[in-house]
Design a protein around this ligand. Sequence first.
Ligand code: ADP
Ligand code: MG
Length: 269
Amino acid sequence: MAACLIALGSNLGDRTATLDAAIAALSATAGVQVVRCSAWQLTLPVGGRRAQPEFFNGAALIETSRGAADFHALLQQIEVQLGRQRHERWGDRTLDLDLLLYGDAVIDSPALTVPHPRMSFRHFVLEPAVQIAAPMVHPEIGWTLERLLEHLDGGADCVALVAPSATARRELAAALRERFGLTEGAPSIADERLWPTSSTAWLTVPDGQMSSEHPKLTILLDSPTASEAGRGPTLQIPPTKGDNADREIFAAIAAVWPRLGSRGDQRLQ
Ligand code: ADP
Ligand code: MG
């Protein structure tokens, strides 16, 4: 049996009824037991276009005898059963079921990435997750869910941008300065082992706090061999990501600092 954590979201139709129906469908499946379920909470959309309907989000802790790929296939099947039609990324959806954690497994296959690559810096994922599974550990970062959520409030308001190429660092830093008003400058907190000076650019959020040892977000750009261990919330952008990389990075920054997000959104259309 594996203990796994899923995130549920809906922003179309009778949203809470759909989330309830997803839990009922999981409970009715052989080899799946819903151990605990969070409250459904209303959240503003992140990363999508403006004027999207608000989401209801939640999390559930599951015990299952199914393997990770099989369990993920089940989640997709329930999404379809409950009326999910479009598959536009960050688009409106009747039901979105994401596999956040599958025990302490680390999986990177074309169809499935576990832990879910964006879970460590999203309020709307961590808040319900902490309600039901605060002590669960993110196997790559090595922090509990509770610590990850606290870090969203208490971490240093800066971004560590780790990339082997100085050009890539410079270009992305310029884009983030332009879009979000971030300013360049290394904070005194930098741990050389985690954020090597030779490959790290630091960007500071205006009017932010620097009281923590860890930045709220590290972006690993084209650094396939770098591990996330010890760095805290990390967004990994592989070399193959291409044009989608900027959008992914902008959405992550808007998720960590919602007050900057509205500013970025004006140019997201
Ligand atoms: P998102 O949830 O990021 O808004 P979708 O629900 O449309 O986007 O899923 C996009 C793809 O993400 C799917 O094809 C699915 O196979 C893949 N995927 C990779 N890892 C996971 C995961 N941990 N949980 C759910 N889907 C995942
Ligand atoms: Mg999904």
